[in-house]
Design a protein around this ligand. Structure first.
Ligand code: CLR
Length: 858
């Protein structure tokens, strides 16, 4: 160790000198065979990689005092860290290894400012090293660090230090564990004592809590946990369930191999095809002219012919010439995608077994997932109630660690308003992962402010303590749909999707059973569900506070996504219109399908307090399992009282697992809200990409700041787009928006909110006032709403056929469709926009649509 010590420079110091627990340098024992994917690709590399032995936890004698474990010295300095997927290369990062936790920041200054980019509990990670290339990999499952030291000496120092800290942390964990068990027995006794009226001994339990384990754990919490642990048999059930799954999976594997041997193997399995597409990032864009070697993001956009040519080539290599040589491409793909044609009775039997077993595995995994989520929830509740208790009993507010000048930072101001203390929240490495940021390097980074994880936790806690807004009093509108939604789990999406390569998913014609009884014009109106935020904005004098409400409104439009991933809205036909008058909310909206290629839906809403308009169009990016929707139009809001004109972009919406029933939606990216009338206030909102699969805790995070002209932060806010937004910098910190509770039985009704249920309601007094092009009069959508799925399906085909005919006729005449209520214009940046031409409401009143000529759409 000493010899290494002398080679340290300032940036690579062992802060506390030579540690007392001399780390045992475990000779790497076996070749790396598992762990990180990234290192598996070459045999040479596998050979040079070594997995460091698992450490044996040494229980110190008299080890019930954690202070007996000597904390190894801090190790800090620069290392190279591999960049986040999908970016390539390495960047220099400053790492600090302290008390078993490895943290990293951009540079040393950031460390001193407490700006941590990621952290990991080194004892939980598999550590692999490569002496030849000075590489150290830490793989904690969810979090994966690839690091490289600049010199061999530094490499050895880090490895040695990491070893010491791993050992320390494991020992500490063992102590915490025994302390915890001890506390549980204490608190069980205390519980007993309490029941016996012996309050004195309950107090003992409190002070005898696991100092250092659960921070100042109190009796109430401990007895709650112990009671829950005692009555909870779930973990055992989980283990059993998982064991069963394991067996089933081996059996499944055997059956699949048997089936393959029996039926002969196929060129590609569906899984392989998905993977290939994913690798190639096959874009579902319209085919480009043959020179389509255009770069989109970091990957190549393939035209349909190229892409499919690619698929038919087993080498995924030069593709440009292949288009012509593949005769019937859709048929080819279809044949690859349809389920393997099993002919023999034996094969059929195996196939049935495979299905049955897969379902069993699925059911098991679901139940395990559910159990674990419940346990986690319980733990979190206990944890939170403990924190609440703590801060309520503390005389001093939580310590503000980094005092700052100027506007308050999240960390500072949060400490004043939130219950949870920072230390507890930052402690868990599993919450701070590196995989946030867009999957696509071409789009803006969605990595938010450092420390966002704990900030969001706090925001979340505050939001959950805010009562739901009072449910609007009866509007006289319907509160449910006439019929529940059809089960569409049987519809084979795979074939539909692959048969429509080159088209927008949202615009692809699908069986009516996949549709929801609202269309994309109505969904534009749905973004006004929380229009009261715009009313508030128009009545807020302070421009920065006003911006907070505009931001909350921009976020609120995304909240429906939580419940709306099983059905797809109807595609409006060209010329279709939709009006929505909401006296109760004080606005009226008109929307129209203004363009077919590319499909564009435009809308405009007016109220005493605001105007709102946008034209919606988007591109798709298909990654094999998920589909990214990249909207291109801007959203506009004007507030009459202050003459503001706000404009903002939309973020990416990703449909994860688009082909399966595990589908869910995620939004990520950055929104910038500008006031075109004055540049003294802008707002940036980050929709954070969730950092890893399967965890609910980091899903749907949003963080935002309101900036003044000089770029100083005036307000900060954050939360989750499905739970609400809290702003702690307002004169009275508060939850600025919280979604309305879902109506009863919403799952039976397409996951619709009450507002969504009202969108397609057609009342007798309204009917004669609507133009015949109004979506409410569209028969197939109405049939679906009434539960007549087959009829809706037939009608939908008819309507689509009428549209095609109309288009053909127009082309024959050399004419172009002219939208009736919107006109094309250019915005201040020269972008095409669709603005209202102001005729709709006038015509409606005089002479009334019944007396005007309306195009026939159905
Ligand atoms: C294959 C089918 C059944 C899967 C379901 C697809 C659904 C979830 C898709 C189809 C069209 C999609 C919508 C298309 C456009 C937008 C505008 C964007 O700014 C927010 C997301 C939003 C509103 C999408 C949400 C998800 C969506 C509704």
């Amino acid at each position: 160790m000493d010899s290494y010590g002398s080679s340290l420079n300032r940036s690579q110091s062992l802060a506390s000198g030579l540690e007392k627990t001399s780390p045992t340098w475990n000779k790497p024992s076996h070749s790396r065979s598992s762990s990180t994917l990234s290192s598996r690709h070459s045999r040479q590399i596998i050979k040079d990689w070594e997995v460091i032995d698992d450490l044996h936890v040494e229980m110190h004698s008299g080890g019930d005092n954690p202070q007996d474990i000597t904390t190894p010295g801090i190790c800090e300095g620069y290392l190279l860290k591999r960049r986040k997927w999908p970016l390539k290369g390495w960047h220099k990062r400053y790492f600090v290894l302290e008390a078993g936790i490895l943290r990293y920041s951009k540079n040393q200054q950031d460390v001193s400012r407490g700006r941590v980019q990621g952290s990991l509990d080194v004892s939980l990670a598999v550590m692999s090293i490569n002496k030849k290339s000075n590489r150290i990999d830490l793989d904690a499952g969810d979090i994966l660090y690839h690091m490289k030291a600049k010199s061999h000496e530094l490499f050895y120092i880090w490895v040695t230090k990491l070893q010491a800290h791993r050992l320390f942390k494991k020992n500490e964990a063992a102590h915490v564990h025994s302390g915890f068990i001890q506390t549980l027995s204490y608190s069980a006794a205390a519980g007993q004592a309490q029941r016996n009226g012996d309050l004195g001994s309950a107090g003992v339990a409190d002070s005898a809590g696991v100092s250092g384990a659960l921070p100042s754990a109190n009796a109430a919490v401990n007895s709650k946990v112990s009671a829950w642990l005692q009555q909870s048999h779930n973990p055992d059930t989980c283990v059993q369930e998982l064991n069963r799954c394991h067996l089933d999976l081996s059996e499944l594997n055997r059956l699949i191999q048997k089936l393959q041997a029996l039926e002969g193997s196929q060129a590609f399995t569906n899984g392989e095809l998905q993977r290939i597409i994913s690798i190639q990032n096959l874009s579902l864009e319209k085919p480009k002219k043959p020179k389509s070697g255009k770069m989109w993001g970091h990957s190549r956009t393939l035209s349909r012919v190229e892409a499919l040519g690619m698929l038919s080539s087993s080498h995924l290599s030069s593709s440009s010439h292949l288009g012509a040589s593949v005769p019937s491409i859709p048929d080819y793909v279809y044949s690859q995608l349809s389920p393997p044609t099993v002919t023999s009775p034996e094969g059929k039997k195996i196939q049935q077994d495979i299905c049955a077993m897969s379902l069993r595995v699925l059911a098991s995994l679901k139940s395990v997932h559910e159990t674990l989520s419940q346990e986690r929830q319980k733990l979190q509740e206990v944890w939170e109630s403990n924190n609440i208790h703590q801060s309520n009993t503390l005389a001093e507010p939580a310590v503000v660690r980094h005092s700052s000048h100027g506007p308050p930072s999240v960390a500072d101001s949060a400490a004043e308003y939130f219950d949870a203390s920072d230390d507890i929240l930052c402690g868990s490495s599993s919450e701070v992962s590196e995989e946030s940021g867009l999957s696509d390097g071409s789009t803006t980074n969605s990595e938010p402010e450092e420390g966002h994880v704990s900030a969001t936790r706090k925001y979340r806690a505050s939001i959950s303590r805010t009562p739901n807004s009072v449910v609007h009093k009866s509007t006289g509108r319907r509160t449910t749909l006439p019929a529940p939604c059809p089960d569409n789990s049987h519809v084979g999406l795979m074939a539909i999707l692959y048969n429509n390569i080159g088209k927008d998913l949202a615009r692809v014609s699908m069986p009516a059973a996949l549709n929801e009884p609202v269309n994309l014009l109505q969904r534009l109106c749905e973004e006004l569900e929380y229009s009261e935020l715009l009313d508030t904005a128009n009545n807020t004098q302070d421009p920065y506070q006003r911006m907070v409400y505009i931001a909350a409104f921009a976020i609120s439009g995304y909240s429906t996504a939580t419940f709306r991933n099983r059905y797809k809205p109807f595609n409006p036909v060209l010329g279709e219109t939709y009006e929505c008058i909401r006296e109760d909310r004080g606005f009226r909206l008109i929307s129209e399908q203004v363009c077919h290629h590319p499909p564009i839906s435009a809308c405009h809403a007016d109220s005493e307090n605001f105007s709102f308009w946008q034209d919606q169009r988007w591109k798709n990016k298909f990654w094999g399992k998920s589909l990214e929707i990249l909207p291109t139009g801007m959203v506009n809001v004007t507030l009459p009282r202050y003459g503001d004109h706000y404009e903002w972009n939309k973020v990416v919406t990703c449909i994860h697992n688009v082909l399966s029933q595990q589908r869910y939606l995620e939004h990520y990216g950055e929104v910038t809200i500008r006031n075109l009338k004055s540049n003294n206030c802008t707002c940036k909102i980050t929709f954070v990409k969730s950092r890893y699969w399967g965890s609910d805790t980091n899903k749907n995070e949003v963080q935002g700041t309101v900036l003044d002209q000089s770029g100083s932060v005036i307000h900060r806010f954050g939360g989750l787009w499905h739970e609400g937004i809290f702003c702690d910098t307002l004169p009275t910190p508060k939850c600025v928006w919280k979604p309305n509770p879902q109506p009863k039985d919403y799952l039976l009704y397409y996951g619709f909110s009450t507002f969504a249920m009202e969108l397609n309601e057609l009342t007798p007094d309204l009917k004669p006032l609507l133009p015949s092009t109004d979506s409410r009069l569209r028969p197939d959508q109405r049939m679906l709403e009434e539960g007549k799925v087959d009829e809706a399906d037939r009608k939908k085909d008819e309507i689509e056929e009428i549209q095609r005919e109309r288009r053909k006729e127009l082309t024959k005449k050399g004419e172009e469709h002219v939208p009736r209520f919107f006109k094309k214009a250019k915005d201040s940046c020269g972008r095409d926009v669709w603005l209202t031409n102001g005729t709709y409401w006038k015509l409606r009143e005089n002479p009334g649509f019944a007396k005007t000529e309306n195009i026939v759409l159905w």
